[in-house]
Design a binder for this molecule. Structure first.
Ligand code: BES
Ligand code: ZN
Ligand code: MN
Length: 514
């Protein structure tokens, strides 16, 4: 899809549909909406006066232009109350508007930069949120149906119309950034949506290599023999029950050569989680094809970082494997040793995410990581705690946790921090090894996270549990329902951008938080 910015009044852009927005409670439209209303002879004003359009969040209406505009249709989208306007409202409204235009068969669309004139959100940020909403909102996973169901043609071109020439550069810049972030998110969504037989660890490694080639990143893939040499017994233990060979994907981005700081993004790449010998129940087991969504988020974030080029060094690691109950599978009671020498007693073979991440984060530290974030569909307990509305956050370092929250707040991806109290460690003490891989039902998300944290030493680390947010989110117009969301791609990329910004502001090499 083509996305561009023009310096032209929206009512003059020749497209199939034009999209303008309205705040709730406004009776006299302003800006682009007023210009379109005028061209329509006051039709929008009349709709509002008649109570047929209220401007509620993501409310849409379609008007026919009857030749008064070059466009055949006008889509009106509600922004909610003016005082509640923020980037997330704009992102959602942009998605709702463009999806409505798509539904009515429009292939080319012109849209106002919603909310840019209201003052609370800068033009650049508004344009970015708009572009994100559009590109995310129009995403569709192709799937494997042999006959495509009757469908509207895809939207091939979206034009952001900005009349204020002074704002044009900011709008262009914001739109470009928004598009990069949303396309990276869609890339992650597609990987996560692939069924387990279409995206094995080998396929995931190939996807990473191809992406790295396209966007100019270094990429290498550690094979089983490399893992054996490095002593990655925790990752290898999980892979034992599968015929698919495990892979450890390592991506490198050098945005600040000579700087000793390295941000490591580590994502769980479990391409299918059957539970292993502790086999999961059959109901909903198919959803475990999404168990590599954290890994996909890391690949997506690295893709965006490669394009946005922040002045920081970032490495991305994705341990990829299946968790299967084959004859060679590891068993409850087995003891494995991770590459940092720590031993783990396997209590549940279904608590495999923390095992593969243990080796991956320890390896990231060996590669020189000075700050870490891991992203994983780690625990069902996180869905119990936070539902599908927020990602769980567990960290060993409060300033670093707040840095993650700052990035998440900027992208509208909700993150909620959980406590890390010393006493929780008692839950995962083992009689025969340094620790065990589960700590019972209590505080499952915290304990799962803390077990990963045992493998980073003192390095500032944060763990993002996306079990509830990686798929199955409804009522957000830019999120597909019952499919992968690509959550955390934008937040991880934002984190790298913020670190680069902080580095620039401190005038020298960025300092790791203490
Ligand atoms: N991938 C699952 C977690 C999960 C479950 C994500 C449901 C999304 C939806 C993970 O590997 C797992 O099985 N976790 C166990 C941990 C337990 C055995 C300590 C869980 O949550 O039950
Ligand atoms: Zn899992
Ligand atoms: Mn599991």
């Amino acid at each position: 899809m083509e996305l561009c910015v023009v310096n032209q009044p929206i009512q003059e852009v020749p497209t199939d549909a034009v999209i303008v927005s309205l705040f709730e409670g406004v009776t006299v439209p302003t800006g682009a909406t007023a210009a379109v209303d005028q061209a329509l002879g006051g039709a929008i004003h009349q709709m509002i006066a008649a109570g047929d359009f209220r401007g509620r969040k993501n409310e849409t209406a379609v008007l026919y232009t009857l030749g008064r505009l070059p466009a055949r249709k006008v889509v009106l989208v509600g922004l909610g109350k003016a005082e509640d306007l923020d980037a997330e409202r704009i992102r959602q409204a942009a998605a709702a508007g463009v999806r409505k235009a798509h539904e009515t068969g429009a292939q080319t669309v012109a849209t106002a930069v919603h909310g840019a004139g209201a003052g609370q959100v800068e033009a650049r940020a508004a344009a970015q949120a708009c572009a994100e909403g559009i590109v995310l909102g129009l995403y569709e996973y192709e799937g494997f149906k042999s006959r495509r169901e009757e469908q509207r043609p895809p939207v091939s071109r979206v034009v952001l119309a900005e009349t204020d020439a002074q704002r044009l550069a900011a709008v262009e810049d914001g739109a470009q950034r928004g598009r990069i972030l949303a396309e990276a998110t869609n890339f992650a969504r597609t990987l996560a949506n692939h069924p387990g037989n279409k995206l094995t660890p080998t396929d995931m490694a190939e996807a990473a290599l191809e992406m790295a080639r396209e966007f100019g990143l270094q990429c290498r893939v550690l094979e089983r023999a490399d893992m054996e040499r490095l002593g990655m017994g925790a990752l290898l233990g999980v892979a034992k029950g599968s015929h698919q060979p495990p892979k450890l994907i390592v991506l490198e981005y050098q945005g600040a050569p000579g700087d000793r700081d390295i941000l490591a993004l580590v994502g769980k790449g479990l391409t299918f989680d059957s539970g292993g010998i502790d086999l999961k129940p059959g109901e909903h087991m198919e959803e475990m094809k999404y168990d590599m969504a954290g890994g996909a988020a890391v690949l997506g974030a690295m893709r965006a970082i490669a394009q946005l080029r922040p002045a920081v060094n970032v490495i991305g690691l994705v341990p990829a494997t299946e968790n299967m109950p084959g004859g060679g599978a590891q068993k409850p009671g087995d003891v494995v040793k991770a590459c940092n020498g720590k031993t783990i007693e396997i209590i549940s073979t279904d608590a495999e995410g923390r095992l593969i991440l243990a080796d991956a984060v320890a390896y990231a530290c060996n590669l020189g990581a000075t700050r870490l974030v891991d992203v994983a569909t780690l625990t069902g307990a996180c869905i119990v705690a936070l539902g599908h509305l927020a990602t769980g956050l567990v960290s060993n370092n409060q300033p670093w946790a707040e840095e993650i929250q700052r990035a998440a707040a900027a992208t509208g991806e909700r993150v909620w921090q959980l406590p890390v109290w010393e006493e929780y460690k008692n839950q995962y003490k083992s009689d025969v090894a340094d620790l065990k891989n589960t700590g019972g039902r209590a505080a499952g998300t915290i304990v799962g996270g803390m077990i990963i944290g045992e493998f980073v030493g003192d390095t500032p680390w944060a763990h993002l549990d996306i079990a509830g947010t990686a798929w199955e989110v409804s009522d957000v117009p830019y999120q597909p329902n019952k499919a992968a969301t690509g959550v955390m791609v934008r937040t991880l990329a934002q984190l790298a951008l913020n670190l680069a910004q902080g580095r620039a502001e401190s005038g020298a090499a960025g300092r790791a938080p203490r």
